[in-house]
Design a protein around this ligand. Sequence first.
Ligand code: ACO
Length: 402
Amino acid sequence: VLDIRKLYGAADVFTYDPGFTSTASCESEITFIDGDKGELWYRGYPIEQLAAESHYLEVCYLLLYGELPNADELEKFENLVTRHTMVHEQMNNFFRGFRRDAHPMATMVGVVGAMSAFYHDSTDISDPHQREVAAIRLIAKLPTIAAMAYKYSIGQPFVYPQNDLDYASNFLNMCFSVPAEKYEIKPELSRAMDRIFTLHADHEQNASTSTVRLAGSSGANPFACIAAGIACLWGPAHGGANQAALEMLQEIGSVDQIPEYIKRAKDKDDPFRLMGFGHRVYKNFDPRAKVMKESADEVLDLLGIENNETLKVAKELERIALEDDFFIEKKLYPNVDFYSGIILSAMGFPTAMFTPIFALSRTVGWIAQWKEMIADPQNKIGRPRQLYVGSDKRDYVPVDSR
Ligand code: ACO
């Protein structure tokens, strides 16, 4: 038996916790999840109330500063964000360096990382004012960057932000309007878009947020940290699941195919998983999925999309899985990604845009967590340990003697 403490020195207690299933990496006042009860609060406010009664920029203020703003504070904050929506004109040229058929997430990782080159006057993390400016710039410009990545990928000209539009309408306009035609923004769709942003705004120490914190713990600038978060979010076990979930529902295609996919998901020898199902923390239900399901019904109704086969498959798949012993035993429920793709697809977004939309929504959570960490006097560089299981010490052998 190894005496870990003798072997590794320093700490009194040394835990081995792959996937950090039971290790807290920080203290935080921002977001609370009760996985057993299926509860999510931002700064104490339940997500259901915020999704129904608040809106994204108010939620951004809440996450960043800890309290809901009064009317004056909200107006100032909205003005500030709105005035920062434009990106540096040279960024247009930067975009043109990417292959036309690049995935918008690939473009976003590069462009957001490059913001530290375009906006280096807000990279000094020791200056609270610069930290504040960086936070506002990120929240304001991410929709512009995501929309530019999309427009570039489909070969259409960039659409500049319009400051008379609210945050969600502005994003829809930048994605869907073309210079030759007037794009009509339906207020109900803006509201649904805004709700998607709100539901994704923060989720405590998930993989991408932990990545942002770890990158930031070395003193890296906020733009580099958020680019690291975007890279982590891209994976199909995390934010990439919304794209994967819709693709899976489309592949299933019709209700009668569901049992076969359920069978595959239960087969230990088949790597297939039900995408949009299961969660590390939620072992009851994901409260965001409930709101998203209602929203999917509303949006499809509004757009006059009747008998949507994908929504039918999703609902039936959920119903069958929730009655199946395998899923009950393993506490697998639909997560936020299960229904979001159906809404985004009905709005006209291709699957490749689903994860960029998640990324722009989560930016406020990442930056709020980053700010909290930088302001914490206890903050020190994150440096996990390991259990070394490699070779014992041995002598080098020259190549001609091997
Ligand atoms: N379909 C079928 N079986 C599953 C699924 C699923 N979606 N999710 C978990 N399981 C099974 C696993 O095979 C495992 O079975 P075992 O105990 O027999 O080995 C058991 O449930 C536990 O799964 P883990 O992977 O150990 O759970 P973990 O907490 O590490 O993973 C995760 C959580 C990554 C979300 C997982 O449920 C999954 O891969 N889901 C599909 C991808 C997805 O929807 N991701 C989005 C997450 S939410 C977000 O990031 C916004």
